[in-house]
Write a protein that binds this ligand. Structure first.
Ligand code: HPA
Length: 277
């Protein structure tokens, strides 16, 4: 079956592949502000998103919109610095374009990071949290519409979307780095407004520990394409109403990201070094 979405992907993959330093085994999607915290590793190649045909270039401040290809330690890595969000008015095809490119390039492991609001009372602003599962409240799914059969099945299993083996590895990496890695379920909302306290109480009753506006589409697309996924969230603030006296601001999200970006980086590097063992 001819499908224009597949044509767009294969065209972009051909260009990106020709620019890569090494064939990537692992892709890392760096969320809000976390690109700056991670920085650009030495060596390797930078590829601006705008140079890849059909690629949706991020518009949000703090998302630079480029790939970096190279080795981190022994692992051939493709870094995605900056992502696009559904709230920007992008289609699900655009939101998951990079993730599917990774699949076409042969990436087996996707590491996704994000910033989130902490719903569960024992979580704090600044906590790093291993995502154990998600709840999709976006009212949209990247697999809606005709299935892209070359990528994966019509009805993909999501019962272990956040790969248990990688979660174990992340716990070991955190312990070795003496990083207190919490765990939790992530709920994705459309945004861009933050949630109301009543919504946060509802999400808590549903079993959510963290709330954010990204990640879920990418993880669904990755699971569909048969990739293993590891999700790490930085809780940048308490979710709305958790502290009844506090207001939410993007400034707090940015500030916490700056403060804790280096710790996220240290954890990711430790995870990468274990992946290559
Ligand atoms: N809600 C939604 N998205 C977020 C939050 C939040 O509290 N913090 C960072 N991203």
């Amino acid at each position: 079956m001819h499908d224009e979405r597949w044509d767009r992907l294969t065209r972009a993959a051909d260009v990106l592949r020709s620019r890569l330093e090494v064939s990537p085994a692992v892709a890392i999607t760096l969320g809000s502000g976390l690109s700056d915290g991670f920085g650009v590793p030495t060596g390797g190649t930078r590829i601006p998103c705008g140079e890849i045909p059909g690629f949706p270039v991020p518009t949000v401040a703090g998302h630079s919109g480029e790939f970096w290809s190279g080795r981190i330690g022994r692992v051939p890595v493709l870094l995605q610095r900056g992502r696009v969000h559904f709230y920007e008015g992008r289609t699900m095809e655009e939101v998951t374009f990079a993730t599917r490119l990774f699949a076409l390039l042969g990436v087996k492991t996707l590491i996704v990071t994000n910033a989130s609001g902490a719903i569960r009372p024992d979580l704090h602003a600044g906590d790093l949290v291993l995502i154990t599962d998600h709840i999709n409240m976006l009212a949209a799914n990247p697999l809606y519409g005709p299935n892209l059969d070359p990528l994966g099945p019509r009805f993909p299993d999501m019962s272990a979307a956040y790969t248990p083996r990688l979660r174990t590895l992340a716990r070991e990496a955190a312990a070795a780095e003496k990083i207190d890695l919490k765990e939790g379920v992530y709920v994705a909302t459309l945004g861009p407004s933050y949630e109301t306290p009543a919504e946060i109480r509802a999400f808590r009753a549903m079993g959510a520990d963290l709330v954010g506006m990204s990640t879920v589409p990418e993880v669904i697309a990755a699971a569909h394409a048969g990739m293993e996924v590891l999700g790490i969230s930085l809780a940048t603030n308490l979710a709305a109403g958790v502290d009844p006296n506090a207001a939410l601001s993007h400034d707090e999200v940015i500030e916490t990201t700056k403060r804790k970006g280096a710790e996220m980086r240290r954890l990711l590097l430790s995870i990468l070094s274990r992946l290559s063992q």
